[in-house]
Design a protein around this ligand. Structure first.
Ligand code: S3P
Length: 174
């Protein structure tokens, strides 16, 4: 069994993935963390040194390492499904789930988020919201290729993780 969570930055892939893995009693891998530990560099440093193109190649290679592991839950970066044949590969390897959230929810998470994300660095309020809306529209075609979709927009924050995990288990029949 392998489960891969995909979705835009700020959709809760890492938080929900970690909670689901804990409940299933299997290891959890976040692709960005895996990249950082293998490269011994933070994602923003890789972007600064090699540009987005360099990062995407590394991300592609590391995806092929992590998605070979058995009995794991994994979350990937918001851009992972949108480059090379990554989305088709993930569908071959795993039960893929798109955590779907609307622009307002993503905006709220990203506005307050503490993770440094090179693609939105320095963007604030309306500029950030417009960027999210435009990029999400471009990326949805890739995200929609996931085998399952879970809409997380309407979940209240407090209960969100628990409900997401329960809904995922129901959706995947696990
Ligand atoms: C990216 C999302 C980030 C990280 C990188 C690029 C993207 O991951 O991989 O900054 O292109 O959407 P999260 O979705 O976990 O923030």
């Amino acid at each position: 069994m392998r489960i891969i969570l995909i979705g835009y930055m700020g959709s809760g892939k890492t938080t929900v993935g970690r909670a689901l893995a804990r409940e299933l009693g299997v290891p959890f891998y976040d692709l960005d963390w895996y990249i950082e530990s293998r490269m011994r560099k933070k994602v923003p440093e890789i972007f600064a040194e090699k540009g987005e193109e360099g990062f995407r190649k590394i991300e592609h290679n590391m995806l092929h390492e992590v998605a070979e592991f058995e009995n794991v839950v994994m979350s990937c970066g918001g851009g992972t499904p949108c480059f090379f044949d990554n989305m088709d590969y993930m569908n071959q390897q795993a039960m893929t789930v798109y955590l779907k959230a609307d622009v307002d929810v993503l905006y709220d998470h990203l506005r307050m988020g503490r993770t440094e994300r090179p693609l939105i660095k320095g963007k604030q309020s309306e500029e950030l919201r417009a960027f999210i809306a435009e990029q999400l529209a471009q990326r949805e075609a890739f995200y929609k290729k996931a085998k399952y979709t879970l809409d997380v927009s309407l979940m209240e924050n407090y209960e969100k993780i628990h409900i997401s995990v329960e809904s995922l288990r129901k959706l995947l029949g696990i």
